[in-house]
Design a protein around this ligand. Structure first.
Ligand code: 8YV
Length: 322
């Protein structure tokens, strides 16, 4: 059987390359110096794309590949892929939901605890010898019995809610619709922010949620409020966030995602009340392996059975599954 030509956008792990080796001929897109030539050479043969949440599918590639049947993305967020366009061309799009819920929720909790308990400063206190020179580290703030807000109560949001219950939190949320649970629903991000001590952002990225957290939401969160973003940089108006942190409109922020990753504004890097991580929400060996396996399984299953395991909702709605 001839192998299927697969356009690989972004990096894949050796395990993924191994799993695909028997069935796919991998054409590396981003490593190629002359991308135009590469595409021209293979334009009619490319049947599938393997990408990730960061790179998505750039440069109208879907439009230019007449034989493209499936885009399999290594990540749950697919805002960098135009899924509606894909569906209109009968191209299936898959992603990796669920297998990363626990990891991303853990990252959110890690940032929260690190901010409230001043983890970075405490570490510095020991390393710089301040413990010996100055004595005990200043007292910090407890995470117990806080009012916790979750913006986007999807699969990962629910997982965060479960975790914060262990800290006796009062859980508040805003989502597109009210859910059947014991958490307190708020009709807008602003109302949610007004009623909580810490606000976790875990709504999908994309045009619908662009700058959902703007200056007015930050003002509502208030001077002692903490913001944790583990979704997409685009959900927050980053300029407004920098201003809110500089002026004390909000208290602190834990940020795993940014507008122009991997470039992070210097203003954020220079603030002591901010903790920054380089988009590592799902980045453990175990979870990335599960995500990689699911990314490959979707491709393998598609070409074997015509079905995929985890299509994006747009594909389900329009029933393009073969
Ligand atoms: C990945 C993510 O970092 O799943 C997502 O949506 O943002 C992350 O888990 C991303 O897919 C890049 O590999």
């Amino acid at each position: 059987m001839p192998k299927h030509k697969l356009l690989q956008i972004g990096d894949i792990t050796p395990r993924m390359a191994n799993r695909l080796a028997d069935n796919f001929d991998i054409i590396e897109y981003f490593r190629s110096v002359d991308k135009k030539k590469l595409i021209a050479e293979h334009v009619k043969e490319i049947e599938c794309i393997l990408t990730d949440g960061h790179w998505g599918v750039p440069d109208n590639l879907m439009e230019r590949l007449p034989n493209l049947k499936i885009v399999s993305s290594y990540g749950v967020g697919y805002d960098a892929i135009d899924a509606n366009f894909a569906v209109s061309k009968n191209i299936t799009v898959t992603h990796t939901p669920d297998v990363l819920n626990d990891e991303v929720a853990d990252t959110a909790i890690m940032l929260w605890l690190a901010i409230y308990r001043n983890l970075i400063q405490a570490d510095q206190w020991v390393r710089t010898g301040n413990w010996e020179k100055e004595g005990a580290f200043p007292l910090s703030k407890t995470v117990q019995k806080q009012k916790v807000g979750i913006l986007g109560l999807g699969r990962i949001g629910e997982t965060i809610a479960k975790r914060v219950k262990a800290f006796d939190a009062e859980v508040h949320y805003h989502s597109r619709s009210k859910k059947n649970n014991n958490y307190q629903f708020h009709a807008s991000p602003k109302e949610l922010a007004k009623n909580v001590d810490v606000l976790f952002i875990i709504t999908p990225g994309g045009n619908e949620t662009k700058h959902l957290v703007d200056a007015s939401v930050l003002k509502a969160l208030g001077t002692s409020g903490t913001l944790i973003n583990i979704s997409r940089g685009s959900v927050i108006d980053e300029k407004a966030l920098i201003k809110a942190l500089q002026t004390g409109t909000i208290g602190a922020a834990g940020l795993d995602v940014f507008d122009a990753e991997p470039v992070v504004p210097n203003e954020l890097k220079n603030m002591p009340n901010v903790i920054l991580t380089p988009h590592v929400g799902s980045a453990t060996n175990e979870t990335r392996q599960a995500m990689g396996d699911l990314t490959c399984d979707n491709l393998l299953s598609f070409f074997k059975t015509g079905q995929v395991l985890t299509p994006v909702p747009e594909c389900l709605k329009l029933n393009v599954q073969r």
